[in-house]
Write a protein that binds this ligand. Structure first.
Ligand SMILES: [Zn+2]
Length: 265
């Protein structure tokens, strides 16, 4: 008996993502409709064409008022060919099973036009997740301005997909050697989605689906959102990568399980 679900790659992704797409207008509508009744405040921090760029905030529900809340940030949808991320955040909002003493901030879709175009980049062909060091795009200038208005985060989680992956994997950034949540995330995801067994993923050494890049952002010419976060706003975080040659529902389950494991650790 293998300890992984018998879900297979679809074999569709030749040269890029060729799987199911989503109606991002409907998903964002559902996110708003779900968040409001569950006590989330919705803020518009920027625009992208016809779309508002939104952030959701949920205050802590402290069990013991003396305990400081965990400040947690989640983002998705910066790459328009990675539909499982926004869908996973919608599912998490519907589940409404957040740690009580958490102060939560969510950016559910940083590149809505990318989903209309079903491509990684924005309307101008720019990969927004490379624009965080010397930002030029209106989207990331607005996002960074919003981030700078927020307090430091105890944990960030960025939800992504990889069309070439053999299974789920993650990047951990943990420069201070805090207790890792990586193994718990992998163990939870393994129950719903295969883990990528490769020893090299995206050119970096990986073990059991975990990549620990140990990169100094200052040495990198371009910054992903995660580099900005680790440099300015957080000292622990995970980029979760669902394998987008698997069925969309499997990838949503994988990201939801990964987030829940990271939050409960
Ligand atoms: Zn991505």
């Amino acid at each position: 008996m293998r300890n992984i679900p018998r879900v297979q790659k679809l074999g569709r992704n030749h040269g890029g993502y060729r799987g199911e797409t989503i109606d991002i207008r409907a998903v964002l509508h559902d996110i708003r409709e779900t968040a409001g009744p569950h006590g989330w405040a919705i803020e518009t921090f920027g625009r992208q064409g016809e779309f508002d760029l939104i952030a959701l905030y949920r205050p802590p529900h402290p069990v013991r008022p003396a305990a400081p809340p965990a400040r947690i940030y989640l983002s998705a949808g910066i790459h328009g060919d990675e539909p499982a991320g926004p869908l996973a955040l919608l599912q998490l909002l519907r589940n409404n099973l957040w740690p009580a003493n958490a102060e939560l901030r969510l950016c559910p879709c940083l590149n809505p036009i990318g989903f209309v175009l079903n491509r990684r980049e924005n309307a101008d062909g720019v990969d927004l997740n490379r624009d965080y060091r010397h930002p030029q795009t209106a989207e990331i200038l607005a996002h960074i301005a919003w981030l700078r208005r927020q307090p430091p985060f105890d944990l960030y989680l960025c939800l992504h997909e990889d069309w070439e992956a053999q299974g789920f994997y993650l990047y951990e950034q943990n420069p201070d050697g805090q207790p890792s949540r990586a193994e718990k995330i992998i163990a939870a995801v393994k129950t719903v989605c295969p883990i990528d067994p490769s020893e090299i993923i995206e050119g970096r050494p990986a073990r059991g689906g975990i990549i620990r890049p140990n990169l100094d952002p200052q040495t990198r010419p371009q910054w992903a959102e995660a580099f900005y976060l680790i440099q300015h706003q957080a000292r622990l975080g995970y980029t979760l990568e669902a394998p987008s040659d698997f069925p969309l529902q499997t990838r949503v389950h994988a990201l939801v399980a990964g987030v829940n494991a990271a939050l409960s650790a």
